[in-house]
Design a protein around this ligand. Structure first.
Ligand code: NAD
Ligand code: MG
Length: 347
């Protein structure tokens, strides 16, 4: 088993091993004093993994309750959150009990936010079951729900008591959701780890399964390092946004329907590389992106995308900060007045 320790405002371990799902009860027994564990999950994940997680928790003597909501981003909202609060009240959950987030980033984000706020804060554990959740959303303590006015607008920083990561759960992911997570994996290689990039580039979507434990651990270690240096996202954590300035613009231009987040980030990285890297670096990136069935560009005109860059409700900005990787494995934070960015991108 690989263990990665995160030293943030709360110190906790991330455990990574094929088949670890069946040991979640044992791990939780060692990490919390909870008597009761409330599994929060979506309908798809509950059907696939709910019984195994319940059995493992019950075997260790936990009283287990479960709240299931419909899968999908639309559930990451205040209505679902209120249902979770009501469920926790009805079942007399106390501050020493524990929430178990079993699922992808949607489950992790809303469960983490419930754990941050219910009774002014209680323990929660992350059991991520998508590639994106394993390498990204379950690590770092950002939790949130969406509002009609935008994504992730209400949230809190709340670290889990531990993360239990079982790469075998990814075997049941639809290929396009697996690819989506690969967008972020490739990003980690680009910003921090040329060896990780080489490993990922040496495989394809069909063959990567053999080295997935190693790949996931490398990504988590990078996110851990970045989060430890900047837990509350005031500086260096920004480098995780490589490909995201254009990526967010692409998602928004297509009304969040045509391109998944990872696809938009992949295209965003390739478009930024084309502006800033030697052709040889750009070609390596594009080849890798294609090997995971992700796009290297989008049909939309760059002049239509640029105005959407930096339209971030969470930051006021006349200056745009964005990430450039001129060589594989090293990220630089660049700042430009918005107007200069537009001219430069459109040139
Ligand atoms: P998701 O949770 O909606 O999962 C995608 C789909 O996969 C869902 O339909 C789900 O039911 C299904 N699924 C999950 N695990 C499965 C499995 N093992 N087998 C088969 N199907 C499975 O989405 P996601 O892509 O995991 O996460 C996206 C969310 O994460 C967004 O809301 C985003 O804002 C958030 N996010 C948060 C952070 C953070 O730091 N907190 C970082 C990145 C993204
Ligand atoms: Mg992202």
């Amino acid at each position: 088993m690989k263990t990665i320790t995160v030293h943030a405002s709360q110190t906790y371990d991330i455990f990574i091993e094929n088949g670890l799902l069946d040991a979640c009860g044992t791990i939780l027994k060692q990490t919390t004093k909870a008597q009761k564990a409330a599994i929060i999950t979506d309908d798809t994940v509950e059907a696939l993994y709910g019984a195994r997680v319940r059995a493992s928790l019950e075997k260790e003597g936990f009283e287990v309750i479960q709240f299931v909501f419909p899968h999908g981003e639309l559930s990451k909202c205040s209505a679902t959150l209120n249902q979770i609060y009501d469920f926790l009240c009805e079942n007399s959950m106390t501050r020493t009990d524990c929430l178990v987030a079993l699922g992808g980033g949607v489950v992790g984000d809303i469960t983490g936010f419930a754990a941050a706020t219910f009774l002014r804060g209680m323990d929660f554990v992350q059991i991520p079951t998508t590639l994106l959740a394993q390498v990204d959303s379950s690590v770092g303590g950002k939790t949130a729900i969406d509002l009609p006015g935008g994504k992730n607008l209400v949230g809190a920083f709340k670290q889990p008591v531990c993360v239990i990561c079982d790469p075998r759960t990814l075997d049941t992911l639809p290929p396009e959701i697996f690819s989506d997570g690969m967008g972020e994996v490739i990003k980690y290689g680009m910003i921090r780890d040329a060896a990780l990039f080489d490993l990922v580039a040496a495989h394809t979507q069909e063959s990567i399964s053999a080295v997935l434990e190693e790949v996931i651990a490398a990504c988590i270690a990078i996110k851990r390092d970045v989060v430890e240096a900047d837990e509350f996202d005031t500086g260096e954590r920004m480098i995780l946004n490589y490909g995201h300035t254009l990526g967010h613009a692409i998602e928004s231009y297509y009304h969040y329907e045509t391109y998944s987040h990872g696809s938009a980030v992949a295209a965003g990285m390739c478009m930024m590389a084309a502006k800033t890297c030697d052709p040889e670096v750009t070609e390596r990136l594009k080849k890798c992106v294609k090997a995971y069935n992700l796009p290297t560009e989008v049909p939309a005109d760059i002049r239509a995308l640029v105005p959407l860059c930096g339209k971030d409700k969470k930051r006021a900005a006349s200056q745009l900060r964005f990430i450039v990787c001129r060589v594989i494995g090293r990220a630089e934070i660049h700042t430009m007045p918005f107007d200069s960015f537009s001219l430069w991108m459109e040139a």
